[in-house]
Design a binder for this molecule. Structure first.
Ligand code: AMP
Ligand code: TRP
Length: 335
């Protein structure tokens, strides 16, 4: 029996942080043996906000290396770069033409990002979810493991599938509707400076996030300074204590302990002692990933060969879907 397929991706914009790791990549790693996995570095998405051409290629390689360093295994998974497979941009165009404008202007992430950018919002930012739909649909992905913030984009993808199949499928399901895979724990890792805001690459404050590649000194400093509260004892699930919830969740996920165990261990702790414990746990969890990352980045030709192979595998699947879509739309295909 063939395994169900997974597709997911991360943008090569800035450093990956614990939100990306715990909300997305860690889950990919844990589930990979059960699926046929495609993980892309979505560098076309990276230019929907102003970007620096001098660092785009380097950042793209860095994310691919981080996938491997976090434990993505090529025995189960294909790693590739979105811009290396031109079908992504091409399918995005075709889907654009069947996607109503108001579906896109309604997207929360668009509104938030557009607000941050002020006047010069590119069309690409509005169109971002259609490109994301193309990424997913090209591979006929069954499941898409992401953080909570991507849920709306997955719903849009499903709406596009229904509309396309209804208008052009002649009773056939040419495009496949994907299921979002959002784990409860870690789906929304919050900022270290405000437990009500998600940890994000675009927060101007470095103190707000722990990056996967942060040094032990930086991790120590950030956790020492992170926001807490004055209520005695540490507990999960108190809506009045978002920072406490977030920090206990980080400890739980990074230590691999069960929630009950963490709740019992930390119930009577003071913040000072807990912060020491969290610091040590975070450094220990990230150290092996960092070592592996530096090893991979030191061998450029190895990484390039993986991406070349990934592109070839991805291309085969993507071209077939693109062909099916173009045929359904009535195009004459080149012989
Ligand atoms: P991005 O950095 O926007 O490319 O996001 C890459 C992946 O990380 C996506 O699956 C996001 O849903 C996930 N992600 C980003 N920020 C967080 C966060 N604070 N908590 C949990 N998941 C996140
Ligand atoms: N929009 C996603 C994010 O910011 C990244 C992304 C692009 C993606 N294409 C995708 C995620 C396809 C899953 C599947 O997190």
């Amino acid at each position: 029996m063939t395994k169900p397929r997974i597709l997911s991706g991360v943008q090569p914009t800035g450093n990956l942080h614990l939100g990306n790791y715990l909300g997305a990549i860690r889950n990919w790693v844990e589930m990979q043996s059960q699926y046929d996995n495609y993980f892309c570095v979505v560098d076309l998405h990276a230019i929907t906000v102003p970007h620096n051409p001098a660092t785009l290629a380097q950042n793209t390689h860095a994310i691919a290396a981080l996938y491997l360093a976090c434990g993505i295994d090529l025995q189960y998974s294909t790693i590739f770069v979105q811009s290396h497979v031109s079908a992504h941009a091409e399918l995005a165009w075709l889907l654009n033409c069947i996607t109503p404008m108001n579906w896109l202007t309604d997207m929360i992430q668009f509104k938030e990002k557009a607000l941050k950018q002020g006047e010069n919002v590119g069309v690409g930012l509005l169109d971002y979810p259609v490109l994301m739909a193309a990424d997913i649909l090209l591979y006929k992905a069954d499941k898409v493991p992401v953080g909570e913030d991507q849920k709306q984009h997955l719903e849009l993808t499903r709406d596009i599938v229904d509309r396309f199949n209804h208008q052009f499928g002649k009773g056939e399901k040419i495009l496949k509707s994907p299921q979002p895979l959002i784990r409860k724990e870690g789906a929304r890792i919050m900022s270290l400076t405000d437990g009500t805001k998600k940890m994000s690459k675009s927060d101007p404050s470095e103190q707000s996030r722990i990056n996967i590649l942060d040094s032990p000194e930086d991790i120590t400093k950030k956790i020492r300074k992170c926001k807490t509260d004055t209520t005695p004892g540490l507990t999960f699930d108190d809506p009045e204590r978002p920072e406490c919830q977030n920090l206990l969740t980080l400890y739980m996920l990074l230590s691999g302990k069960a929630k009950d165990e963490v709740a019992a261990e930390c119930a009577d702790m003071r913040w000072g002692d807990f912060k020491k414990l969290l610091t040590e746990t975070t450094i220990n969890a990230l150290q092996p990933i960092q070592d592996k990352y530096h090893e991979i980045m030191a061998d450029k030709s190895y990484l390039e060969s993986i991406l070349r192979e990934g592109r070839q595998k991805a291309e085969l699947v993507a071209q077939q879907t693109l062909k099916d879509v173009k045929t359904a739309l009535g195009y004459s295909l080149p012989l």
